[in-house]
Design a protein. Structure first.
Length: 225
């Protein structure tokens, strides 16, 4: 095995071991930051069946009628930023995922790469707490993902990570709303839009993102061998 290949193997360890900073890992970190930015401005239209609270009203009608069936189809505009964060975590590991998030936050405080813009004034936006919460969520979830992770544990890790982001995001939102003396109706509206149904989608897609990230990490390890 050549010295070059040995150096590459030493720079990327598969089972949760420390990763040395190399040109390759810096490129991957840059791509991770770009991926977070792309996810921030990506909106996916999701449609799936569901039962509305007034379902019983429509059961007596013609269920083959398209207009009736529409009441049993949920359409949701979803932004996949949180699953992308955990995909990067599963692929790159905790250290480089945290580095990517920190670079994203620093850039966002100078350039409009956050969902509602950017700049230092964004510190007082209601949604900034969700971005800051990426850091502790990734730290703890990354600790749980270290080494060999049973796939049965991934839903638990996903639930823990997503809840951490939403709980801290809501607390930050309450803090900002207190400073702004915002009306309670506005606060509850923000919490509902940011941490209502969105949270359920985040958990579901985060599970998928972690599984895909771990499989790609294995592939990278195999290729580099």
């Amino acid at each position: 095995m050549s010295k070059r290949i040995e150096r590459e193997l030493n720079s990327f360890k598969y089972k949760g071991e420390p990763i040395k900073i190399t040109l390759g890992t810096l490129v991957m970190t840059g791509l991770s930051v770009l991926l977070i930015i792309i996810a921030t401005f990506t909106q996916l239209t999701i449609k799936h069946p569901y039962l509305p609270l007034d379902s019983f009203v429509y059961f007596s009608q013609d269920l083959t009628d398209i207009q009736v069936l529409k009441h049993f189809i949920k359409t949701y505009e979803y932004i996949p930023q949180i699953p992308i964060i955990f995909f990067i975590l599963a692929l790159m590991g905790r250290k480089f995922c945290i580095l990517s998030i920190m670079i994203y936050i620093i850039l966002g405080l100078f350039f409009p790469i956050f969902a509602l813009g950017g700049g230092l004034s964004y510190l007082f936006e209601y949604g900034f707490g969700y971005i800051l919460a990426f850091l502790p969520a990734v730290f703890f979830a990354g600790t749980l993902l270290k080494g060999k992770t049973d796939y049965l544990r991934i839903p638990v890790i996903s639930l823990f990570g997503v809840l951490t982001i939403h709980i801290l995001g809501i607390l930050y939102m309450l803090f900002v709303s207190t400073l702004r003396h915002a009306p309670i109706e506005l606060v509850t509206s923000w919490i509902s839009s940011q941490s209502g149904v969105q949270m359920l989608y985040d958990i579901f897609f985060t599970i998928i993102a972690i599984i895909i990230g771990k499989q790609l990490r294995k592939l990278l390890w195999i290729v580099m061998c």
